[in-house]
Design a protein around this ligand. Structure first.
Ligand SMILES: [Zn+2]
Length: 214
């Protein structure tokens, strides 16, 4: 069961504070929801505690963005916060709420939840290798990379690159689709695993020739 309470926007995710009452005298724990939590021995309370020293309607614990506020409902055995009898007052995390003979400590937990519609930051995947051990294209991981970007150093298959045909039509420059850096043939890389006789294998050969002339 998730008790949601004060929810604040937190760059792409929401930071949710979850309040719980943990038993100090009994092995019990209760989640507190946002709004009013009625506490008592009787059924129908949002927190029902079957303990003889607790009144059937003992107190109300309100959870809001301001914190946790406790109001005693004229209970027989009373409500105390850190040992001080309290008719109503704020209960801070770490403090002990005593209801009758039961002592409960307020604990909080910060829970980061993903907000639907806001893309969560995606961790950049490391280099992927294909079955034969060759480096995979970072755009199309089913293809072996035969180029790498000189700027961001990502590996690419020729078909993922942006091509600029130079005047004369024969030579082509290729650029990184991620950062627009110039891409170069990876020395010794698989010439073309995708299209055996297509444009890109010719391109690879052309660039390799250019590479060798240097
Ligand atoms: Zn790049």
């Amino acid at each position: 069961m998730i008790a949601n309470s004060c929810v604040t926007a937190y760059s792409g995710a929401e930071l949710m504070t979850r309040f719980q009452l943990i038993g100090e005298t009994e092995p019990v724990s209760f989640d507190l929801g946002t709004g009013n939590n009625t506490v008592g021995r009787a059924a129908g309370n949002s927190v029902q505690i079957p303990e003889p020293s607790i009144s059937s309607q003992h107190c109300v614990i309100s959870v809001s963005s301001n914190g946790v506020y406790v109001q005693d409902l004229q209970s027989t055995n009373g409500t105390s916060i850190d040992g001080v009898p309290t008719v109503e007052g704020w209960l801070q995390p770490g403090q002990t709420l005593q209801l009758g003979n039961l002592r409960l400590r307020l604990e909080t937990e910060e829970v980061r939840i993903h907000v639907p519609g806001v893309p969560a930051p995606v961790a950049e995947a490391g280099p992927v290798t294909l079955e034969d051990g060759s480096l995979a294209c970072s755009r199309n991981p089913t293809l072996a990379a035969n180029f790498s970007c000189t700027k961001c150093e990502r590996p690419f298959h020729g078909s993922s690159l942006r091509q600029v045909r130079l005047s004369g039509g024969k030579s082509v420059m290729v650029f990184c689709p991620e950062c627009d850096g110039k891409c170069e043939v990876i020395p010794g890389a698989v010439k073309d695993s995708g299209r055996k006789s297509g444009f890109f294998s010719r391109l690879t050969q052309t660039l390799q020739l250019g590479w060798k002339k240097k």
